[in-house]
Design a binder for this molecule. Sequence first.
Ligand code: KG4
Ligand code: ZN
Length: 340
Amino acid sequence: MKILGIETTCDETAAAVVTLGDDERGHILSNEVLSQIAEHAAYGGVVPEIAARAHVEVLDRLIARALQRAGTALPGIDGIAVAAGPGLIGGVLIGLVTAKTLSLVARKPLIAVNHLEAHALTPRLTDGLAFPYLLLLASGGHTQLVAVRGVGDYVRLGTTIDDAIGEAFDKVAKLLGLGYPGGPEVERQAANGDPERFALPRPMLGRRQADFSLSGLKTALRIEAERLEPLAVQDVADLCAGFQAAVVDVVVDRVRVALRAFSTVAGHPTALVAAGGVAANGAIRRALTAQAGEVGLGFVAPPLPLCGDNGAMIAWAGLERLRLGLVDDLTVPARARWPF
Ligand code: KG4
Ligand code: ZN
């Protein structure tokens, strides 16, 4: 079984081909990603109209390249998976209309994939992970703790009541005059900083629900930064280190609460999993590895290229759905919002 996956929900245009091996494991045959970061950098964030136009310009060629690198062509594909949301609607429409057209012309099943579900299922592609597992899904638009019990069977244990974790990293970077996307920049700066120089708050610590709130932390950081203006190189590094340390503390505390809630809805987890762009953060990975170890669990996070948005995760989620007979018809809508 070979699935083509298409991703256009945000600022990455991506196409990939994933196959199911005789070992019942997924194998990535090609994974083409074109980032639009350069086009959005000047604005400090993703501009929806620019994103949609950039997807249109490159998607056809990217799909052709993904098929070619996988050593196949449309007739050799068993299904066309596409992220039908949630995301920036212009981009989602471009991916979905393209997938529908290919599905119609090549007479292949169409599988409309939830972008968040694709992040959630990626550890099954990379590590062959069995259900159920506890997932921290953290990206620029989402922060959720989810009990993943099966394909299409998710129980949300916590979410953010304001900023997503990646969004908070991006806003802090912008505030400190660092580039976009902010996460990698803040992490780089933090490596040279003193995390204890500033006493920053740890919002929600100790709360019984596994929810997040990050806007207070961001505001506290802004106040410290404004007090210091103009910022020296070391000030920026120390602020980044303080911010990242606070986020790590909050994440570990929220995961602890979610692990307790997990047992009542899903039994014993096979692993603690992190996915989404923020899962690329080394400090968060290290903290979660230690935390999982303390309770006798493994920690699983996709390799860095599969943490951010990519086509392979869409293809894999499509493959998982197709295996269960979950396909869509041409009336399936593009969705800006789509909880999972
Ligand atoms: O999943 P993703 O590629 O796109 C979506 O938002 O769906 O995640 C991108 C987010 C951005 O907010 C980016 O700043 C954050 O992930 N990110 C990081 C790191 N790398 C990317 N945040 C913290 N540390 C990182 N190393
Ligand atoms: Zn994403």
